[in-house]
Ligand binder design. Structure first.
Ligand SMILES: [Fe+2]
Length: 300
């Protein structure tokens, strides 16, 4: 398999929120993210040693408005620009002011050719000046983002065929779990065939199984809908808990995940489409699970 670029990680997700104050208090107080900075139009939240992991943006309607992937270094970012330009995706370098705001050396932006989602590639991000301190759940990192897409084959062609993401597991015609190669995590991105381009869920990986149980009781006490779990995914072996944010987006806490070596990793498995794949412990999802906000298409 060809890997034209070397990715470091999923860096951040951007969510549009019709009630920014309500979303901010949800993510700060119930999810446990730290507030890196905020103004009238946005809140930059963190759960790692990076300066931010989730950006909430005020907007008239809810939506997934962007994702950022960090490349391994500056040279990879240059290769990325050339590669995207050759694909006809018209990447644009961010201005110095934008890079300063994003706390990165350099970044570029382009639109996902399948969904229109704004995607940032960047390199040279400084670590946050202070450690992330959680009020309760010991979050290790932003784990992954999962998108519902109307054209899974086209999305596969883009992420795997053109960007070199590696397939860890798949369900024929329905789902693909992808590594942002050579990042070892079983998936940093997953794609699900669906009738609309929407957010399925955003994941935060926790450091202790007690975080899953503690979160379940804390969320229940706050009347936050738990929409799936606690359970254990067959594909990634993660123990999971899914709940809804104020806009109906599914969020996930998970503990543990299979990791892959850069070379000679096991081949992708073809999994059956059955409930036991999604939870080997036998819980079943609420109908609201994975029915998140639309993917916001890039304009101009
Ligand atoms: Fe997940």
């Amino acid at each position: 398999m060809a890997h034209p670029l070397r990715f470091a990680r999923l860096g951040y997700c951007r969510l549009r929120c019709p009630d920014l104050a309500k979303s901010l208090s949800f993510y700060r107080d119930l999810v446990g993210l730290g507030v890196a900075r905020q103004d009238d139009d946005s809140a930059w939240l963190r759960c790692s040693d990076k300066p931010y992991d989730l950006i909430l943006e005020a907007g008239a309607t809810a939506g997934l408005s962007g994702v950022g992937f960090e490349l391994e270094n500056d040279g990879e970012l240059d290769k990325g620009f050339t590669h995207l330009a050759a694909l006809g995706l018209a990447p644009a370098w961010a201005t110095a002011e934008q890079n300063a705001a994003q706390q990165v050396a350099r970044s570029l932006r382009f639109a996902d050719p399948v969904t229109g989602l704004e995607i940032d590639f960047y390199a040279g991000q400084a670590k946050a000046g202070t450690p992330y301190q959680t009020p309760h759940t010991k979050i290790a990192r932003l784990g992954h983002v999962v998108m519902n897409v109307t054209d899974l084959p086209a999305a596969h062609d883009f992420w795997v065929g053109q960007l070199g993401f590696a397939v860890s597991d798949r369900v024929e015609g329905l789902a693909e779990w992808l590594r942002c190669w050579p990042n070892p995590l079983h998936h940093s991105l997953a794609l699900l065939q669906h009738s609309a381009n929407t957010l399925h869920h955003i994941n935060f990986m926790v450091t202790d199984i007690d975080d899953i149980g503690g979160a379940m009781n804390r969320l229940k006490a706050a009347d936050v809908p738990i929409v799936f779990g606690p359970g254990r995914h067959l594909p990634s072996t993660s123990i999971f808990l899914y709940f809804l944010d104020p806009d109906g987006n599914s969020m996930e806490f998970s503990f543990g995940m299979e990791e892959f070596a850069e070379q000679d990793a096991r081949a992708a498995r073809e999994l059956e489409h059955k409930a036991e794949v999604m939870d080997i412990w036998g819980s079943r999802p609420d109908p609201r699970f994975g029915k998140g906000s639309p993917i916001v298409a890039h304009h101009g």
